[in-house]
Write a protein that binds this ligand. Structure first.
Ligand SMILES: [Mg+2]
Length: 152
């Protein structure tokens, strides 16, 4: 596995090649299953899992490269969530907020170079069939659907 240090040295070289005036980049992180372990599933609005090892370090190192990092979660932004983030070393530039978007964007989805999400799929417009396969696979993994999928 490549170390953070090697990866971030490479990232520094990439960023040096980007004109500074064009550089207003964001990366969006999901919460459950990315920052907080979701192996136990949903336990309640203000009940969180253990921090995922390495994610806070990753977020902090991205920020040190002047890349902004947003947290976007289906959870509400409660004091308990903010406390959990602080206690576990997460310092996001925004939480459930797309206000860095241009005023005419008309969306709640923050503009970003990348979304980091345990439920994400990297879509390829030349391979929609593969996306369909992945959706079916994910549906089959969900509780109650897996058994039905095996029968079909
Ligand atoms: Mg998630």
């Amino acid at each position: 596995m490549i170390s953070f240090d090697v990866l971030f040295e490479r990232m520094d070289r990439v960023l040096e090649a980007v004109p500074e005036e064009e550089f207003d980049k964001w990366v969006v992180f999901d919460f459950d299953g990315v920052c907080s372990s979701y192996k136990e599933g949903w336990q309640g609005k203000d009940v969180f899992g253990n921090p995922v090892k390495g994610t806070a370090d990753l977020v902090n190192r991205i920020q040190k490269m002047d890349v902004k990092v947003a947290l976007v979660t289906t959870r509400p932004k409660t004091p308990a969530l903010e406390e959990w983030l602080e206690e576990n070393g997460f310092t996001f530039d925004s939480i459930n907020d797309a206000s860095h978007n241009p005023p005419d964007s008309g969306t709640m989805k923050p503009i970003a170079v990348m979304y980091v999400d345990d439920r994400g799929y990297r879509f390829d417009e030349d391979d929609v069939e593969r996306c369909a396969e992945e959706i079916i696979t994910m549906l089959a993994r969900d509780e109650g659907v897996e058994k039905k999928a095996e029968e079909l």
